[in-house]
Design a protein around this ligand. Structure first.
Ligand code: BGC
Length: 805
């Protein structure tokens, strides 16, 4: 990393899949991996392009069963731009001697650059430079600029510029036994203006994808008028240009592409729009300028500034945090405001988890809520549009209300796979992860947090409240009363820890009283009842009428929210689920010695014909999620409501207990552990923060990032700076701040938005300065530690902080 850039200075075929994911360029509408323009999918290269929300389903026979999977489709490749010299082989980096290599992703400008110098087998020296962008200013456009310079030869060069729809979803090795042909060819055409048009259609969801391109060549600054040869096949159209070059006459090629689908709004037909867009498109330099301007504007909203005590030490940290923001913005840019899309857990950067949307948005939305909440609003509407499907799922499971799916794609049906492949053993094993009903609570939590940050009553009134009420209804309905315990219980679910899906030896999957799920259910029920203090009476009456909500039902919700069972053991340790503490202790030392990396213990144990279900091991934070999502004040309110004792001192004991039993098999886990430690053991949080930070850039899971970035961990690390180090909490109409900078951090500057205000925060270990920009907004309440103050527009306040050791 260097400045605002991610830089690689040598060609390394083995690292290429990871670099491709990390060098993805995108704009929220589509994203394209950082694969070389001339490359084709093979063991080293995988030029994938993904259009947000473009899913397709396919069936496959596996182990005697027919399974159906929905995938984010690898769209036609718009990059293809190759060349060959004197009729020889097409340029292939693996077949030449690379003399110098430089690749950089410019985070400030949003441009990917690759330049290299090589000697080919005939001894000729050539230099190439490739620039690429996915326009943040015009989201249907992708543009490439390629410069080719013959150093010590002159002769014929043939350039091939193609649109290639003959692509499949083959980016994840363990899915290769599944059907992966999603696209059927429709049109492969060339226009009188020299443009190309390719139209394909997904073979189940029937989304029409149109890709158009124009290619222009300049030699020594003058446009080359050369008639290309056209090659057309089903799903493929190419133009071949032949011309002469020499050292004094470098070749410049510009290829501008436009991508549309039948899901787009304000279009006639995708093909027409794509053609029109490339015909109208400005040259590369102009497109790059407009694109960089929008990136510059985005950075004004999203940047931050960290100052470390030892000069120079924090540079890498800051660059990685920016890389994370960059990829998050490429996945869910402001362009999603006009789209029907969610946040795929692995971005638009690869095919892992088939582009599905999980609970990971719980880690992503808080970041946007305080920077550009309009993005969260758009992404929450993805959920709202699928409320009908969530109701249907609840009904089918014999429940009331809404049950959002663990994995969501096109229409909000449950997309979790029923079988998954353990690459360690080669076995296809049952996948019960759909039992993670806690996703439902996450949808309600996200809706509530969005409201808290924005006071967007309109959203809450027309969309949010209905989701919260239907989710509350679900929880009240699945909670069963245990006469002996005199408490409500939730049985047969999975918590966030995916290492446990059933009791050892049990015939049925599911665990009882997952503490996280139970407490989240209580929280949702309490917030649902609080809607009566927020929404206008008329709207509440309408909602009650249309949802058939009676006073008795609300009374029942209140009762469940006050008498839910939470399992405990030892001295105030919250049990992950009923009986977790009775499971066997795990031989961490022994397994670490034998296997080294034991993040994915589930796979290791299954390959040994054992199961993590037998042990006190957690893949990721589960109980500790509670300390991540709630401040100790909020937790003590919840426990008080339930009439359970809650002492602040038990928090570090819980953290200790689960720290020792967690393998961090999910990149989300370190974010949560670091967060909870930041409050109770400040020095302990930094190493975990550093590891979380390296999740993708160093691919700490050894091979997962190449299949897509981890949006939750990327956002979670930035949010550690934004909300954890600052102690920001948006609760009860107050913006709470409780700064606690980690050791070694001298100051932190941050701009956030809260309820219509633009706030600038400056923090040091001893001081907090907060100012608002002048505006016509109402004053806001800010809570510093425990005292609440009023802050008017245009005001600046400074507070002294006591370091609490
Ligand atoms: C984690 C889940 C997460 C999913 C997608 C899994 O490995 O256990 O919590 O939602 O990945 O990121």
């Amino acid at each position: 990393m260097n400045g605002w850039k991610l830089v690689y200075d040598a060609w390394d075929p083995q690292a290429e899949p990871l670099r491709e994911a990390l060098c993805t360029v995108g704009n929220g509408y589509f994203a394209t991996r950082g694969a070389a323009a001339e490359s084709r999918a093979d063991a080293t290269h995988y030029p994938g392009t993904y259009i947000a929300g473009c899913y397709n389903r396919l069936q496959t026979e596996i182990s005697g069963r027919t399974i159906e999977n929905e995938s984010l489709v690898n769209a036609p490749n718009w990059l293809t731009l190759g060349f060959r010299i004197e009729g020889g082989d097409w340029f292939d980096i693996d077949a030449v001697e690379v003399l110098s290599y430089h690749q950089e992703l410019d985070l400030a400008q949003g441009i990917l650059l690759r330049s290299l110098r090589f000697r080919d087998p005939s001894g000729r020296h050539t230099r190439i430079e490739q620039h690429r962008l996915a326009s943040m200013a015009a989201p249907h456009l992708g543009a490439q600029l390629v410069l080719i310079r013959a150093e010590d030869w002159s002769g014929a060069i043939e350039v091939c510029s193609a649109l290639n729809g003959c692509v499949v979803n083959a980016g994840v090795a363990r899915y290769r036994d599944l059907n992966h042909h999603h696209l059927a060819p429709l049109t492969a055409d060339t226009g009188a203006d020299g443009s190309q048009l390719l139209e394909m259609e997904t073979n189940q969801s029937h989304i029409r994808i149109a890709l158009a391109a124009t290619t222009r060549l300049w030699r020594n600054g003058s446009l080359v008028e050369v008639e290309p040869d056209c090659r057309r096949e089903d799903g493929y159209v190419a133009h071949h240009y032949r011309l002469e070059i020499e050292p004094a006459q470098p070749l410049r090629i510009e290829k501008i592409s436009a991508l549309y689908t039948s899901r787009d709004r304000a279009i006639s037909a995708p093909g027409l729009e794509a053609r029109k867009a490339v015909a109208d498109a400005a040259p590369f330099s102009r497109l790059a300028e407009r694109h960089a301007l929008v990136w510059q504007q985005l950075w004004q909203h999203f940047d931050f500034d960290l100052e470390h005590e030892t000069a120079g030490t924090g540079e890498r940290t800051e660059r990685i945090l920016r890389l994370h923001l960059f990829h998050l913005l490429q996945t869910t840019s402001p362009h999603v405001m006009d789209l029907d899309v969610g946040v795929p857990a692995r971005g638009l950067h690869g095919e892992a988890y088939r582009g599905h949307i999980f609970w990971d948005e719980l880690f992503v939305f808080p970041l946007f809520n305080l920077r550009m909440p309009e993005i969260t609003r758009a992404l929450l509407r993805y959920r709202y549009r699928r409320l009908g499907e969530a109701r249907r799922a609840a009904r089918a499971a014999g429940c009331r209300g809404a049950m959002f799916p663990w994995q969501s794609g096109s229409n909000g049906r449950e997309e979790s796979q029923r079988l998954h492949l353990n690459p360690e053993s080669g076995n296809w094993i049952p996948d019960n992860s759909h039992l993670q009903r806690h996703i439902n609570a996450a949808v309600a939590y996200n809706t509530w947090q969005y409201y808290q940050a924005t006071r967007d009553v309109e959203f809450l009134s027309f969309y949010g409240a209905e989701m919260i009420l239907e989710i509350a209804r679900f929880w009240a309905g699945v909670a069963t009363y245990n006469n002996q315990r005199k408490r409500y219980e939730i049985l047969g679910v999975m918590g966030p820890d995916e290492h446990h899906d059933s009791y050892p030896g049990a015939e049925q999957p599911g665990l009882d009283n997952n503490a996280y799920t139970n407490l989240m259910a209580v929280w949702v029920l309490s917030r649902a009842l609080e809607l009566w203090d927020i929404l206008p009476g008329q709207r509440l009456t309408e909602l009650c009428q249309s949802l058939d909500l009676s006073r008795e039902e609300l009374t029942h919700w209140d009762e469940v929210s006050r008498s839910m069972y939470i399992p405990f053991h030892g001295k105030g340790i919250i049990s992950q689920f009923d009986g977790y503490e009775t499971l066997e202790e795990f031989d961490w030392e022994g397994y670490r010695k034998r296997y080294g990396d034991i993040q994915r213990l589930d796979r290791i144990l299954e390959a040994e014909e054992d199961t993590p279900n037998r042990y006190q091991v957690s893949k990721q934070a589960d109980v500790l999620m509670l300390f991540y999502l709630f401040s100790s004040e909020e937790l003590s309110e919840l426990f008080e409501r339930l009439d359970y004792p809650f002492e602040y001192e038990t928090i570090p004991r819980n953290i200790d207990y689960y720290m020792q039993r967690t393998s961090h098999g999910s990149t989300l886990s370190r974010v949560v552990h670091s967060w909870v430690l930041a409050r109770s053991n400040r020095p302990g949080c930094w190493p975990l923060f550093m590891e979380a930070l390296e999740s993708d850039v160093a691919d700490i899971q050894g091979g997962t990032t190449q299949e897509g970035i981890h949006t939750g961990a990327m956002a979670g690390t930035v949010d550690l700076v934004q909300r954890c180090f600052t102690g920001i909490e948006t609760r009860g109409n107050v913006l709470w701040l409780n700064p606690s900078l980690p050791e070694g951090l001298k100051s932190l500057n941050l701009k956030i938005r809260y309820r219509g205000h633009q706030l600038a925060l400056h923090m040091t270990p001893t001081h907090l300065r907060i100012s608002t920009e002048p505006s016509a907004e109402q004053p806001i309440s800010i809570g510093i530690r425990t005292a609440v103050h009023q802050l008017n527009p245009g005001e600046m306040r400074q507070f002294e902080l006591q370091r609490d050791g």
